[in-house]
Ligand binder design. Structure first.
Ligand code: ASN
Ligand code: ZN
Length: 322
């Protein structure tokens, strides 16, 4: 009962209605008590040198530096989703410190995971605001760490696009969990609030409608495909990992919205099961990954369950039959 209560506990920060009773899936292995994060935020002070100066450790007061404090809070929100919903304490599942560096570089227009830490630029102020302004981006970067410690999806071609997709999926879930948003209320946008007002765009990517996140004079049109027929073959970007991720992103968001309710309770759980099953090859292609999600849906929610059908339906809508 304690475990179920944990699973249903509403996001802590905002007072949301208690979650409704849901039909229980298979028992979820969760710790009896939530774990606490161990955050360490460093400041690169405008240089491209890591890790930078340690400016805020776990339990320390806000610094007043927005990037530092947003990164600290965002890492807390990300830790909370993985811990409370999936029973995973931090990136490695064993309480590993969450390390981030902010103010990386001069007008640096990106955020990334370097294998050990999350790194966030301030943006140039013309196209991009700071990269800590979006919780889905913080969740995205931390999820790269989780993937590295679980399925180890190779960052090239289709497995690379799946690696990117997994980061977008959990980035979106971090935001939804923190806001107490169900699948219909969710924006399914990654990096909302990242662009300045000068840019014609809503976000970096749209999971539900890939290819529609922005259409701007300088940036051009969002190039993400939304269906297998538009898969992009390229040598850039490790084989278009940030482009072709639109295809699995849409399958995930479609399944979630078809099911309704809280996405972390169904598709999130299924995707997490796939990541941690030990069955997914590091070089998995879309079809292999899709088959694993349908199998995980069946194992957790039952043969011919709504969940299994919604997941299969999501994939077939983007041109992947399972
Ligand atoms: N924001 C990108 C990502 O996390 C940065 C990169 O590709 N290095 O995937
Ligand atoms: Zn990424």
């Amino acid at each position: 009962a304690a475990r179920r209560a944990l699973l249903r506990e509403p996001p802590a920060r905002l007072g949301v209605e208690p979650l409704p009773e849901v039909e229980p899936g298979l028992p979820t292995v969760l710790p009896d008590a939530p774990s606490a994060p161990d955050r360490r935020i460093s400041d690169a002070e405008g240089r491209e040198k890591l890790p930078g100066r340690l400016v805020r450790r776990e339990g320390e007061r806000a610094t007043g530096d927005e990037a530092v404090d947003d990164a600290y809070d965002g890492l807390g929100d990300t830790h909370r989703l993985f811990d409370r919903v999936f029973g995973r304490d931090s990136i490695d599942g064993a309480g590993m410190p969450l390390e981030a560096t902010v103010h990386f570089g001069d007008k640096y227009d990106n955020a990334f995971w370097d294998g050990e830490r999350m790194v966030f630029g301030d943006g140039d102020g013309e196209v991009f605001r700071g990269f800590t302004d979006s919780l889905s981006v913080i969740g995205h970067e931390l999820a790269h760490g989780v993937t590295e410690h679980t399925a180890k999806l190779r960052y090239q071609g289709q497995s690379g696009a799946l690696n990117e997709h997994v980061s977008d999926a959990f980035g979106a879930l971090v935001e939804q969990y923190a806001l107490g948003q169900d699948a219909e209320a969710a924006t399914w946008l990654i990096g909302e609030g990242i662009f300045t007002d000068e840019v014609q765009g809503r976000a970096l990517r749209s999971m539900l409608e890939p290819g529609t996140a922005y259409d701007d004079d300088v940036l051009g049109r969002d190039p993400q495909p939304a269906h297998m027929r538009d898969y992009i073959e390229t040598d850039d970007d490790n084989g278009g990992v940030h482009l072709n991720s639109g295809i699995p992103n849409r399958a995930f968001a479609l399944a979630a919205t078809e099911l309704g309710g809280f996405a972390w309770e169904h598709v999130g759980r299924i995707w997490y099961d796939v990541l941690t099953s030990g069955r997914l090859p590091a070089d998995a292609d879309f079809a292999t990954f899709a088959a694993e999600t349908v199998r995980a849906a069946r194992e957790r929610f039952g043969r011919d369950s709504r969940e299994q059908r919604a997941v299969a339906h999501g994939w077939s809508t983007v041109g992947i039959e399972v």
